[in-house]
Write a protein that binds this ligand. Structure first.
Ligand code: ZN
Length: 403
């Protein structure tokens, strides 16, 4: 591969033109600033900080951002439980460990209050969504946002435990999101299906209950089961969720698993052996086990890597230390995704551009990236074929204009 300096920079406008899929993005992390201000006004919930800098947690009012606002946004009885459960969520454990990150503000931005403050902010956001119309609007705007990046299909991860108002009413929440995604598709926007996610701190019976509900009712647009959570906080949980994922596999529900981010290579092995993962979300620590890297390369199980998320939350200090390029060089299929684009302040074209600049990728490499995103998505085969043909046509047209 040529050094970056020898390659023409691929502009974000070109990246947006490439038909592609996104497979690792959370609805909880995709709120735009205007969405949050509107929802807070509708729900009469005070902002935790100045409107203009709401995504910069260092500007938030010190104590009440995590306590009173989260509580006000949630149903009163469930607020405390919700906050404590969500506080052990899927987030990252960087080298010093999540406790150190939580206690070590990192300056400005969404990571400035550390891991715990970031989690409370995500919970606060989701707690603002209280009506079916609001949930449908969140879904519709997400699809529109994806479309603006040239994303034609998305498997969006939704963890019902975050949406405090809807506790015990997952069916209603999913139906509301579905109506929003349906409306978006009718308008020609990005096609979005859902990967409903378990939290690592949930019980085995809760997990089985969710999967049983999906298997028995076949909710429209629910195509996959996911799991996320901070494995340094929860410990090894693969065995606890094996029954749920085995049930999902038997029912034809696709599987994607957060692992190898807050866990090591052993977490990825558990995802493969116990949870029958078809994709791994993050998975970057697979690099520590050569036999695992070989296994991933042989089986074609892809890693949904999110570069800026890793940098923002301190998993790696910079891209020079990130294993993305090594993993790919050793034959592992990778996709580049946003994870929590609203909160992090990124878009997919920014992620792809960031990596292209760092590693000297040109149109050829980005086309391969787009093709992989389509191939490993849980989109219907007919849509995959359609997008593959459109990608080839787009690249051919770009090639003729660039030569
Ligand atoms: Zn994620």
């Amino acid at each position: 591969m040529n050094p970056a300096a020898e390659r023409p920079r691929i502009d974000e406008a070109i990246i947006r033109l490439l038909p592609k899929a996104e497979v690792h993005v959370h609805l909880e992390g995709a709120f735009e600033l205007a969405d949050l201000l509107e929802l807070a006004r509708e729900s009469q919930v005070p902002l935790p900080g100045p409107a203009a800098t709401l995504f910069d947690l260092s500007t938030h009012h010190a104590a009440d951002a995590s306590e009173s606002n989260a509580g006000e946004a949630a149903a009163p009885e469930s607020a405390r439980e919700f906050t404590s459960v969500a506080g052990t969520d899927r987030r990252v454990s960087p080298a010093p460990g999540p406790e150190a990150l939580a206690d070590t503000p990192t300056g400005t931005g969404v990571g400035s209050g550390g891991l715990s403050a970031f989690l409370r902010f995500l919970d606060w956001q989701c707690g603002l969504v209280r009506t079916a119309d609001q949930a449908a609007t969140v879904a519709y705007r997400f699809a529109a946002r994806q479309s603006a990046s040239g994303i034609r299909y998305t498997d969006v991860i939704i963890n019902p435990t975050h949406w405090s108002t809807w506790r015990g009413r997952t069916d209603e929440l999913v139906a509301a999101f579905t109506s929003g995604f349906d409306a978006a598709e009718r308008d020609g926007l990005c096609i979005v299906n859902m990967a409903l996610s378990l939290l690592r701190t949930q019980t085995e019976s809760e997990a089985v209950e969710l999967v049983t509900w999906i298997a028995e009712t076949h909710p429209p647009r629910v195509v996959a089961l996911s799991i996320d959570g901070d494995e340094r906080v929860s410990g090894r949980t693969g065995p606890r969720f094996a029954a749920a994922f085995t049930l999902a596999q038997a029912a034809g529900i696709r599987r994607t698993v957060h692992a190898g981010e807050s866990s090591g290579a052993d977490g990825v092995w558990d995802a493969l052996h116990l949870l029958h993962a078809e994709r791994i979300d993050h998975g970057v620590h697979a690099i520590d086990d050569p036999s695992l890297v070989d296994h991933l390369a042989t089986t074609g199980i892809s890693l949904g890597i999110c570069p800026r998320s890793n940098l923002t939350l301190g998993v790696y200090p910079d891209l020079a230390h990130h294993p993305l390029r090594d993993l790919q060089a050793r034959g592992v299929r990778i996709t580049i995704n946003t994870d929590d684009p609203g909160a992090i302040g990124t878009r997919l074209e920014n992620e792809w551009s960031l990596v292209a600049d760092a590693f000297g990728w040109g149109l050829l490499e980005l086309t391969e990236l787009a093709q992989t995103s389509i191939d490993v998505s849980f989109a219907p085969d007919t849509l995959k074929a359609e997008l593959t043909a459109e990608l080839a046509a787009t690249v051919a047209a770009l090639g003729s204009t660039r030569s």
